[in-house]
Design a protein around this ligand. Sequence first.
Ligand SMILES: Cc1ncc(C[n+]2csc(CCOP(=O)(O)OP(=O)(O)O)c2C)c(N)n1
Length: 861
Amino acid sequence: MGVFRSKQELYAVMGALFDRLKEDPEIVARLLEGNLVVRFRWHDPEGEVTIDLRRAPITYTFGPSDLPVDVEMEQSADVAHRFWLGELQVPRAIATRQVIARGSVAKALRLLPAIRPAFAVYREVLKELGREDLLSTPMSAPKPFKARAWWRRLQDLLGRLRPEPRLPSIDFAALNRHFIPLVESEATPTLPSPVPSILPAHLPDLKREMLRRMLLIRAFEEHLSRAFAQGRLPTEAIHLSIGQEAVAVGACFALQPTDLMATTHRGHGHMIAKGADVDGMMAEIYGRATGLCKGKGGSMHVTDARVGALGANGIVGASALIATGAALASKLRGSSSVSLAFLGDGATNQGMFHEAVNFAAVFNLPVIFVVENNQYAEFTPLARHTRVTRLADRAIAYGIPGVQVDGNDVWAVYETVTEAVERARRGEGPALIECVTYRWCGHVEGESARYRSPEEIARWQARDPIRMWGERLQAEGLISAADLEALRQEAEARVAEAARKAEAAPLPPPESLTEDVFAPEPISLYRPSPPPPATREVTYAQALWEALAEEMARDPAVFLMGEDVSHGGYFAVTAGLAEEFPGRVLDTPISEYAIVGAAVGAAMCGMRPVVEILFSDFLTTCMDPLVNQAAKLRYMSGGQYALPLVVRTPGGAGLGMAAQHSQSLEALFTGIPGLIVIAPSTPFDAKGLLKAAIRSNNPVLFFENKLLYLQTGKIPEGEYVVPIGVADVKRPGRDVTVVALGSMVPLALRVADELAQEGIEVEVIDPRTLVPLDMATILRSVLKTGRLVTVEEGTLTHGFGAEIAARVAETVPHRLKAPVRRVSAPDIPIPYARSLEQQAIPGEETLRTAILSFFESVQAG
Ligand SMILES: Cc1ncc(C[n+]2csc(CCOP(=O)(O)OP(=O)(O)O)c2C)c(N)n1
């Protein structure tokens, strides 16, 4: 028997208490807010009371009642007694099954603060009833910890009788495994040093070398054509440039080894002309470990950084942006190197091309755009993809020189490009050169489409650039017919040797699969360390400003670029930096492709661009440079390039800017391998993580929530960085884990503080870095609490919460006491009207309800 010896005694005490409570107007008013019918069931002794909190006066009935009950709590009379003494935390009692709750428990728990004054009343009632003994008597009921200890003992016993399957032990280090190599060295990865020029200075030799190189390209591609037809290449995408060799050789021979070149899917000729290693190229196209890109790029992406190549590229138009970025790097460094982009006639209809040329013109960059007009964009002839008959005229729109040249005349190409290169080297800016030529083969090997007449092909083959150049050299007396034949045989032998080596070379080792996704990073940027004391109060925006200023002062390779950044950008984050760092804060045209694309090119050349995309919604207008270039070029090049760039961008709703200026797109980008994604929530983290991001050797997408810009918080006085890939436990707690992103972190902390008043201890975790994710910290918390809520401003489906929930579920399915709750915006665009916008963004109430729902019984109703 416990504290109450009989049902009558229990009813007498509770009745006296309820009578007192229903006379207290303040308590009554608060209780009526619940609009509930509550039933308490007691056992030991058994009894029950139904209390109607729907209207005044409050009524209660001991024993059976027909009232429709909203919530029912079942417990021993001793537990009830401890509750009224104020000694019991109800949510924890529910969690430990001392109280069995059914129905609208979350709603009922909200009444807890209202009932708190009743604890004093209960003590008075006990005194009035002459039961002072119960105030001081040690409880006969087991205390919670004792109950748990008893439960554990029982489990042990049962376990011995019928051993439970053991949970697999958790490898926390494996949970945080990522593909970023961490090294002790702080050195910045650099491009390999350029190989010395192999171009002869003596003009007749140079002319002969042009012929040799064109023959080599022809032999190389003829071999690929045969190998493809025989099924010896591991690809369905081989784009040959047979018939266009004069463009490749004429243009590349106009460049120095330190000049840079970016090309397209049809880039074999350009690469060989620039001096790429033929064995390495062949092995790459055969998909071998000895390939220039270790078998990760293939024909469309082959590259050799040692010869100043910035890669072939599978995205039509991308080469223009990458070369522009390389030229920007050259200009910022005060270097004399020039860059050159090859692109097709079809690419001149690409937005990337137009943004690149305009950008290059505006900044007067040393870049040459060589449009290789081979008459077709895939199967569509020039006249059907543009009304511009002379593609060189496209230059007029951008105020730069545009020249058309016979692309089958290697000397004409060479002279024209040389002039443009010298002009660019003198600082006179970009030029566009249209080389009119023709491809003899299909767009892609194996092509069956018939869109060209045999007569048309024959007409162009009659102007074979190699034959024409050979005849000219013979006419100039520089070679004989026998020399020509010897050169042809030499080229074929060279290619045959490369093919033989490639076929004998090993396949890439399996372990190389996950290598080269990211460049090596200094381990210091990832190592958790105790944070320095934060003493100085600043806004989030000010913290970002300090990070930018400090890193610009620290590293001359860092520069800023974006729309109106010299004026501070839309949210004034960069204000004043242009004055402090003249020439290193660049206001760009409204060209998001160009902003990020040029950052990619500049980063490949060793700069550390930090660009601002005005609103994260506009990331959609630079998806290619981010997703296909920044995130992929290291991997596709087999680790030849590093891409140390940061894209800062404000996101989130709350400013009445509707669906195209309010999205939270963080989750979208976490599924792109090769990108680091960061979303800090405090000034401390914003500064420390932005500094780490700028020092990172990899592309970082840095989300800043607009509503946080004016939030204040303390930061340390001196130098610090916040480690990448390390989550922060913003508030410890035992009962529920809340993983909150960005703007949801302060909200989660407010809710956690409130719930603490009601006895629920919420642990709030801010991952800070979404990629790489510190899953170990999240999981350790979930193992402690057994309950997980994720809260994000983004939408539900495929949200970040989904990923966390899935990872927790697959790692510790049996440790969750209840299913994971996800709090997010609904799957809708963000609306304009303030009331609707507020409805869309997760608020405190939604989060609170999600947390409290854990304490509702599953047998509700
Ligand atoms: C952005 C993009 N759109 C479409 C394609 C598919 N595609 C590959 S090559 C090609 C034709 C490109 O024509 P052009 O620029 O004239 O170059 P060419 O193939 O003639 O060398 C197309 C449409 C692509 N790779 N990238």
